[in-house]
Design a protein around this ligand. Structure first.
Ligand code: ADP
Ligand code: ADP
Ligand code: ZN
Length: 219
């Protein structure tokens, strides 16, 4: 069983690579962003607050996201988890370590996907996803084969995220550098950090991640 974290700024390609790993290796994808987007449609007071915070580009409280992850870990008996967009703070990283330990598991690799800010603006402004199956597309780098139709499931329900705009991205990037990038040092110190070039083509990034997984398994 292999547990990994995909670490990188918004638009680095975490979701894209996580979906491939699910398909190719049967791992379970845990995205706190996806969980929070689901929570915001629940019509509860909590959902309304979460929506406001997300649209601004700020981080949701540690308490809420740790609670979501704890629930998922308790309910799944997986062949390995991919943590995508979690942890985003040192408190979340500590909490994840404790949760894994409690269930007799450990972290095998933290994969930092390195991409520069200029590319992120391009990535985020062209991103759209399938509302039915979650497949991730891009206007230029990964368009659908038929205009307006999902390649994977045939749905025409293609959506753009409310927070994928220039203003919110600015806040999200600042939050990343202030609160999340210290995790790179944290996991480097723990000996768990691997870095891949997130600017490479999607297939090349997938290969680099596969290499890391093979390395982590044999260590
Ligand atoms: P991206 O794929 O662009 O990095 P995500 O889908 O991971 O974005 O997250 C979208 C938003 O959800 C974040 O901007 C933040 O408001 C909230 N969020 C997601 N994960 C976390 C987390 N671990 N801690 C706090 N807030 C989170
Ligand atoms: P994250 O989950 O890290 O926020 P996504 O996987 O949603 O990132 O990718 C952001 C956007 O960039 C999407 O539109 C996706 O299709 C595109 N993308 C992802 N990886 C690459 C890549 N290696 N090269 C070019 N575009 C990419
Ligand atoms: Zn689809």
């Amino acid at each position: 069983m292999t547990n990994i974290i995909l670490l990188g700024p918004p638009g680095a390609g975490k979701g894209t690579q996580a979906r491939r790993l699910v398909e190719e290796r049967g791992m379970v994808h845990l995205s706190t962003g996806d969980m929070l987007r689901e929570a915001r449609t629940s019509g509860t007071e909590m959902g309304r607050k979460v929506a406001e915070v997300m649209d601004r580009g700020d981080l949701v409280t540690d308490e809420i996201v740790i609670g979501l992850i704890e629930e998922k870990l308790a309910g799944e008996n997986a062949r390995g988890f991919i943590f995508d967009g979690f942890p985003r703070t040192l408190a979340q990283a500590d909490a994840l370590g404790a949760l894994l330990k409690r269930s007799g598991n450990r972290l095998d690799a933290v994969i930092e996907m390195r991409v520069d800010d200029e590319a992120l603006v391009e990535r985020i402004s062209g991103r759209f996803t399938c509302g039915q199956c979650g497949e991730v597309y891009h206007d230029k780098t990964r368009p659908t084969k038929a205009e307006g139709v999902c390649d994977e499931c045939g749905s025409t329900d293609l959506r753009r995220r409310a927070d994928d705009n220039a203003e919110s991205l600015k806040t999200r990037l600042m939050e990343y550098y202030k609160k999340t990038s210290p995790l790179i040092g944290y996991y480097y110190h723990a000996g768990d950090l691997f870095t891949v070039d997130g600017l490479a083509e999607i297939d090349q990034v997938a290969k680099a991640i596969a290499n890391v997984l093979d390395q982590a398994k044999s260590s």
